[in-house]
Ligand binder design. Structure first.
Ligand code: DOR
Ligand code: ZN
Length: 348
């Protein structure tokens, strides 16, 4: 039985760090495991201008402890008013690695997102021209569509149109949650890829809802039935270059999660690698873990795979993590699936 693996240092291709006094915690938790991460721009106010991008990046780097190394890969939040010139300048100067598209109202701080997708066509054309990838939160927001169907309806009614109009645009369908999305991405050309989160690989909607509602398992897109989780696990462990890790680690304080209107998001930055090693081992696919967390994403984004290595070792006893982190604004619960992991990360 394999007890130890050494792999290239991983990257997180979808991460929420928030801002202000949470940054020293969120940035350093991620930097323990990851070399780089695509940083989500859904702050209040959102990161819609290059000046915001530059300032936010500086705040992130300032929050990093002196002995840690971590590269934030910044994104611009697309609105209906975004100017294609801003995208061109940001991408060609290396200030941004991608642009993020939120359908307005789809999730946390998405109110400035897009309602009319026709309006962003000039931006998409510019992105295709300069090679800038588009990260998409793929859910419709129409209240008449059942929340469990919103990803599939988005693919059928919006994503397909965007891709047909912009065949050379690089698109990442983020945090996919359904077998439908796995099939759609698998059968598309090489310009479409998908990220999969730690929590969507680890829990299903029974974990969220059966026997009492578990606010720390609530995220968006909401977790689906077991057959969908299994399709995601199959995609992640397949080694296909179209699927890679985007944790969507999204911290919300306990008071905001354990509430009558609880916020969506699971904080997985602390223990993602240990959880994933368990899931991949269960599938007898530990040899595909490096592709999923360290190689496929870098290749899709046209970045170099990290030179540095990490070691994962398997212990005889479960790996222990704190249940919560203390922040200046209250407690933050670390995601804990309904199984133990025996894996532990050691830097090489
Ligand atoms: O669960 C989520 N939390 N999904 C998202 O799309 C946004 C994120 C957040 O920012 O809290
Ligand atoms: Zn997210």
């Amino acid at each position: 039985m394999v007890k130890e693996i050494v792999i290239s240092r991983p990257d997180d291709w979808h991460l929420h760090l928030r801002d202000g006094d949470l940054l020293p915690i969120t940035v350093n938790e991620t930097a323990k495991s990851f070399a780089r991460a695509i940083i989500m721009p859904n702050l209040v106010p959102p990161v819609t201008k290059l000046t915001h991008v530059k300032n936010y990046k500086q705040r992130i780097i300032k929050a990093l402890k002196p002995n840690m190394s971590f590269e934030p890969l910044m994104t611009l939040y697309m609105t209906e008013e975004t100017n294609p010139k801003e995208i061109e300048e940001g991408f060609t100067k290396g200030l941004i690695s991608a642009v993020k598209l939120y359908p307005a109202g789809a999730t946390t701080n998405s109110g400035s997102g897009v309602r009319n997708f026709e309006k962003i066509q000039p931006n998409l054309e510019m992105m295709a021209k300069v090679g800038c990838p588009l990260c998409i939160h793929g859910e419709v927001t129409d209240n008449s569509i059942d929340i469990f169907d919103r990803e599939k309806v988005f693919i059928d009614t919006i994503l397909e149109k965007i891709r047909t109009k912009n065949p050379t645009l690089k698109v990442i369908l983020e945090h996919i949650t359904t077998e439908d999305a796995v099939e759609y991405v698998s059968s598309a050309n090489e310009n479409l890829a998908a990220t999969i989160t730690t929590h969507h690989l680890a829990i299903n909607r029974n974990d969220l809802l059966a026997g009492g509602i578990k606010p720390h398992f609530y995220c968006l897109p909401v977790v689906k039935r077991e057959s969908h989780r299994l399709a995601l696990v199959k995609a992640a462990t397949s080694g296909s270059p179209k699927f890679f890790l985007g944790t969507d680690s999204a911290p919300h304080l306990d008071d905001d999660k354990e509430s009558a209107c609880g916020c969506a998001g699971c904080f997985t930055a602390t223990n993602t690698l240990e959880i994933l090693a368990h899931i991949f081992e269960e599938q007898k696919s530990l040899n595909k873990l490096e592709l999923f967390i360290s190689i496929n994403g870098a290749n899709f984004y046209g970045k170099k795979v990290n030179m540095e290595k990490i070691k994962l070792i398997k212990n005889d006893t479960p790996t222990l993590f704190p249940k919560k982190l203390a922040t200046p604004r209250g407690k933050l619960t670390i995601f804990k699936p309904n199984f133990e992991t025996y894996w532990e990360v050691k830097s090489e």
